[in-house]
Design a protein. Sequence first.
Length: 89
Amino acid sequence: TVAELDGIRLAATLAFQGYAPAIVPVTAIPSWVGRGGWAVLSLQNMPRRHVGLAVRRRGMLSAPASATRDVLRRVVKELAPTIEGLNAV
């Protein structure tokens, strides 16, 4: 059987419910998952994945976009140290 999945979190959820194995980022592991019955394996020699926020060079952000950017920066700065495998740059 072949299934096409539309998201990393869905793949992780299906794996943790026992449907199939999956390789997913540590941030995709659902919070309800306990440590029993599965293992975290670190992949060696894998390049770091970079995620960024793109904004226009010219023009100002709208107030909602600016607020969203500020919240994203603050949340990443505060939470990155508490999540294994996630590094804020």
